[in-house]
Ligand binder design. Structure first.
Ligand SMILES: [Ca+2]
Length: 489
């Protein structure tokens, strides 16, 4: 009854809104998030083999961010940070909770940007990957994959009811998105979260994209044969290595290969499947952009493209994410909004995924509640303020956090279980040039990198007397950021 009345009021107000000048027009929001999309796998970020014409179009018509980072490089926590504009210790989601039977809930006291937009009269929807333990709230329409979901013939939870769909998840998610767009009244602004499962592993490209690279030997990252010298935690992370942990996944792995040949064989298969999944995303993005064009929505729709976390696509001989190292910390970020942002600009200022919620609210003209991120509006219109952040704060916990608080040792078998890929929880600070990482419970073991002279983070400088002053400065900055973000643990 209440929603019917609200709807009636919205409908009655619509002609008045339409009569306002274009300046008062509220933009539509199309927030596109994929899963584990490395910046190395987009044409507009420098990949010359994988074609991503529609992502490249967004970059050419919008702003491409070169220093976009995440708070906590993992699926569920990243999604919680995006929705709330807050770090994990504030929003309540530190890990992928299904792994530990310790379900973490999004802090209900925190508003999310879809909830606020819905209250402000937007038609809100989410389709595809959700990956939080609670059902979506703040959406007029939601149809999401349960957990990670499947690539082929997946179930979706359609406004609370589980239904099976026939087809490929990336195509189906796009069908749902287009359906939402078609059903949105022209006089009502929309906010759609269009979130793909892909390219999360195990990758399964659509059959039409499964053989794009059959006759190509893909190049290897510069750090493919990293020996992990000077980085003890990297050395311990064996469950992320192409040469150790992935072999059981490939039943058709040829016999008789040397260890080096086997590692390369697995890499080729892995990345080709990954690229195939990305090709499906790009192709489907084209369907969405076409719809905006054909319905005269392009100028008034803010399109944001990003992913939940970065990914080691062979960097350091690894797959997966979690570490604060650059390939995992860094994400693609493209924002197109013709009414505000000049086409084709490249923006180097540092952004964090807690910025998206305040940005969207700001551009929609909705007051921003106490969120920890900052609106990217001044970066979009090419007028960065002099006090823009010069450093970012990062934390990674996974599900071991509760166990660590109880005093569990890292050698405890249960603890190992609770830390998939054996990445030790850590936190750190990254400035424009340096990075300091502290590993929880590891005493005076830390890592310090000079990103200018060592962009691949191969030489840990921590403990070098020549770096004492720099280390002290970075520690001070880390302390300042922890106070700013109210992280007292
Ligand atoms: Ca992810």
């Amino acid at each position: 009854m209440k929603s019917t009345r609200r709807q009636a009021l919205k409908t009655a107000a619509a002609p008045l809104l339409a009569a306002c000048s274009t300046r008062a027009r509220r933009p539509n929001i199309l927030f596109i998030m994929t899963d584990d999309h490395s910046t190395r796998a987009l044409g507009c970020y420098g990949n010359t083999l994988l074609r991503t014409p529609h992502l490249d179009r967004l970059a050419a018509e919008g702003v491409r961010f070169t220093n976009a980072f995440v708070t906590n490089s993992l699926c569920a926590p990243a999604r919680a940070s995006v929705l709330t504009g807050c770090y994990s210790h504030i929003n309540g989601v530190r890990g992928n909770s299904e792994l530990a039977n310790a379900v973490e809930h999004l802090n209900p006291a925190l508003p999310t940007f879809p909830q606020l937009l819905q209250k402000a009269g937007y038609r809100t929807g989410i389709v595809g990957k959700w990956h939080l333990s609670d059902n979506p709230t703040g959406f007029d329409y939601w149809c999401v994959l349960p957990g990670q979901g499947l690539y082929f013939n997946p179930d979706f939870i359609d406004n609370g009811t589980r239904r099976n769909f026939t087809g490929y998840a990336t195509d189906l998610t796009t069908d749902l998105a287009l359906d939402f767009l078609r059903k949105t009244p022209r006089n009502q602004p929309f906010c759609l979260l269009y979130q793909h499962k892909g390219p999360h592993r195990p990758f399964q490209p659509a059959p039409r994209h499964a053989h794009l690279f059959d006759n190509v030997e893909l190049p290897y990252p510069e750090t493919f044969n990293d020996d992990y010298a000077t980085r003890r935690m990297a050395q311990e992370a064996e469950d992320m290595r192409f040469d150790i942990s992935l072999a059981p996944d490939y039943k058709d792995l040829p016999t008789g290969l040397s260890p080096a040949e086997r590692k390369k064989w697995i890499y080729q298969r892995f990345v080709k499947d990954y690229y195939g999944a990305v090709a499906g995303i790009d192709e489907n993005l084209g369907r969405i952009l076409d719809h905006l064009d054909k319905n005269d929505l392009t100028r008034d729709t803010i399109v944001i493209y990003t992913t939940d976390n970065g990914f080691f696509l062979g960097d350091h001989g690894w797959y997966d994410k979690r570490f604060m190292y650059e390939p995992s910390l860094r994400v693609p970020l493209l924002i197109r909004y013709p009414r505000l942002a000049a086409a084709g600009r490249v923006e180097d200022h540092m952004t964090v995924n807690i910025d998206y919620a305040p940005t969207i609210l700001d551009l929609a003209g909705v007051p921003i509640p106490g969120m920890q991120g900052r609106s990217l509006r001044p970066l979009l219109n090419g007028a960065p303020p002099t006090d823009w952040r010069r450093s970012i704060y990062y934390t990674y916990y996974e599900n071991s956090w509760a166990e660590m608080q109880k005093g569990a040792a890292r050698s405890d078998p249960s603890f190992q279980y609770l830390t998939p890929h054996r990445v030790v929880p850590h936190r750190g600070v990254r400035t424009e040039r340096h990075k300091l990482i502290e590993y929880y419970g590891e005493g005076d073991y830390c890592e310090l990198f000079d990103l200018q002279s060592d962009p691949h983070e191969l030489r840990n400088l921590y403990g070098d007397p020549a770096q004492a002053s720099l280390t002290a400065q970075l520690r001070q900055e880390l302390t300042r950021l922890r106070a700013q973000y109210q992280d007292s643990v």
